[in-house]
Ligand binder design. Structure first.
Ligand SMILES: *Cc1c(COP(=O)(O)O)cnc(C)c1O
Length: 381
């Protein structure tokens, strides 16, 4: 049972199943009995360990080729957990297009605790090397960024990082282990907002941290237990269930993306398409070298004479909402939503134009999705 899709469905063996249940139970107990004083027990308290959470954590570790997985209460809790292994005076290099919430955590929280960060374009290994300081401890990045889907080579970053004794930390939310497994490519820590593809149904907030290094695993577990932002048993079960259909969902999402692009590309109302999963697109070669696909998110730049606000407001099947990776299709206007905190000048510098639209494509019928895009375009031209 070594193939990925089979492992998605079956997961690790259950070790205490006396009923024949094919799924792990949801253990709600927050405390566990000691047989006698001083006995060695696997579980003693729900924050420190829970069998349902453990099952998911083992499954996540296996899917990412790691040895230790941790499930947290959100993607941000996972990122907080990973970054909390550093200490005051440390410095990290971060991708300059990472998730806005991660920037906020670094600039408005960790900065106060003495962990500093320098943003660089991680597509350029030389730029990473130039940003290294004597106190630099890690490079943190997303191999496919939001909303412009810029692609960074995990192997190239890991090579620079290893040369300088730095950790490589990858937020793999946009690709998921189905499409990309950063640990075998040289990463040390992988992070997920499991709220997105892993859970896949917009009904649970969750995060994950995975490593293949035993000592790092111990340091990360210490933080998970000390900070306490653990994933509940109920939500652990939702992520476990979501994972079983990860590849089926992503196959459909990617097929839908490709159909949408084939339809939109010739239209004069669409100026540009960002999706590194297609030959000829920037980042295609790098992406193909490290991932099986680019996922279910694409961005489009509407022509100047198309009203972007009117377009997104007119969509009916695509719901106007942030987030991604779910079964339902969503649309987002970065300049007014996810990146609204940036000034217009900062937005332009980051490539966020007023006509940039991000689509997070779901698993609906592609003809319905295309018809929705067409009717909204007709209203917005
Ligand atoms: C959503 C997201 C996060 C944050 O995850 P939450 O589950 O919302 O806390 C982090 N990184 C990326 C790339 C994301 O898309």
């Amino acid at each position: 049972m070594t193939e990925f899709n089979t492992r998605l469905v079956h997961g690790p063996a259950q070790n205490d199943n006396q009923t024949g249940a094919v799924n792990v139970p949801i253990y709600t107990s927050t405390t566990y009995r000691y047989p006698k004083i001083g006995a060695a027990v696997q579980y003693d308290y729900g924050r420190s360990g829970n069998p349902t959470r453990q099952y998911l954590e083992d499954q996540l570790a296996a899917l990412e080729h790691g040895t230790r997985g941790l499930a947290l209460s959100s993607g941000m809790a996972a990122i907080h957990t990973a970054l909390a292994i550093f200490k005051a005076g440390d410095h990290i290099i971060v991708g300059d297009q990472i998730y806005g919430g991660t920037f906020r955590l670094l600039n408005q929280f960790f900065e106060r605790w003495g962990l500093s960060a320098t943003p660089v374009d991680t597509r350029d290994p030389a730029a990473i090397e130039r940003a290294i300081q004597p106190n630099t401890k890690a490079v943190y990045f997303e191999p496919v960024t939001n909303p412009l889907l810029q692609v960074t080579s995990i192997a190239a970053v890991a090579k620079v990082a290893k040369k300088h004794d730095l950790l490589t930390i990858v937020d793999n939310t946009f690709l998921s282990p189905y499409l990309c497994q950063p640990l075998p490519l040289g990463a040390d820590i992988v992070i997920h907002s499991a709220t997105k593809y892993l859970a896949g149904h917009s009904d649970v907030s969750a995060g994950a941290v995975i490593t293949n290094d035993e000592k790092l695993g111990d340091r990360l577990y210490f933080v998970q237990n000390a900070l306490g932002a653990v994933l509940s048993p109920e939500d652990s079960n939702l992520v476990r269930r979501g994972l079983q259909t990860l590849s089926v969902r992503m196959d459909r999402q990617q097929a839908n993306v490709k159909a949408i692009i084939a339809h939109l590309q010739p239209l004069p109302a669409v100026k540009k398409i960002y999706y590194p999963g297609l030959f000829g697109q920037p980042g295609y070669e790098t992406l193909s070298s490290q991932a099986k696909g680019a996922g279910g998110v694409l961005s489009i730049e509407l022509a100047d004479d198309v009203d972007a606000v009117k377009f997104v407001d007119s969509l009916q099947l695509f719901q106007l909402a942030v987030s991604l990776g779910s079964v339902e299709s969503l649309v987002e206007l970065p300049s007014k939503m996810s990146h609204a905190e940036l000034s217009p000048a900062e937005q332009l510098k980051a490539g966020i134009t007023p006509g940039l639209i991000r689509l997070a494509v779901g698993i609906e019928d592609q003809r319905d999705l295309i018809a929705d895009l067409d009717q909204a375009l007709a209203k917005a031209v």
